[in-house]
Design a protein around this ligand. Structure first.
Ligand SMILES: NC(=O)N[C@@H](O)C(=O)O
Ligand code: NI
Length: 164
């Protein structure tokens, strides 16, 4: 049995090798709409290759700790953004690439109000809400060709609950 993975709090710096963290932090890039809106402009590296951008809604079942991570996947042709439609924390699992297979996974807990964008080809766990209603907007590639590669672990990883 592998050592349980303990989620860390999401940070843009720690997540940078895997994707972008979308949040209204720091100074806005623009003040718009007659001064009534702060625009945090163009904060995700979107990539849809030869496809196009699609916006979908996911209604996903919440998960409970400890979680069994038996698979990670990647999208070789496009990025994928998970945008909660409620102010909730959710679990993000990613893994470095280790010669075409995933290396040691990492787990992050987002802050309510944060969204993420997985860069093209990043190994990740599927959308994992931790609370109801599990409602997310997902921005990813719509197009031809295979854009999903799954890797099933011989021995699942255990993701432990965050330290109290
Ligand atoms: N399959 C699908 O649309 N979603 C997954 O890619 C996911 O990461 O949740
Ligand atoms: Ni995915």
């Amino acid at each position: 049995m592998t050592t349980p993975i303990v989620p860390e709090l999401m940070s843009a710096q720690a997540f940078a090798p895997f994707g972008d963290v979308l949040e209204v932090a720091g100074a806005p890039d623009k003040i718009i709409n007659q001064g009534l809106c702060r625009r945090y402009h163009d904060r995700a590296k979107l990539d849809f290759g030869d496809g196009r951008a699609g916006v979908s809604l996911f209604q996903a079942q919440r998960r409970e700790f400890p979680l069994m991570l038996d698979m990670v996947e990647r999208h070789p042709q496009g990025s994928q953004a998970f945008i909660p439609m409620t102010l909730v924390s959710f679990l993000v699992v990613v893994a470095p690439d280790a010669g075409g297979v995933p290396g040691q996974p990492l787990a992050f807990l987002t802050d309510p109000g944060q969204a993420i964008n997985l860069h093209k080809g990043t190994w990740h766990g599927v959308l994992t809400p931790l609370s109801e209603p599990g409602l997310f907007a997902v921005v990813d590639r719509i197009g031809m060709g295979a854009n999903l590669e799954e890797h099933w672990f011989d021995t699942p990883y255990v993701i432990a609950g965050p330290p109290d």
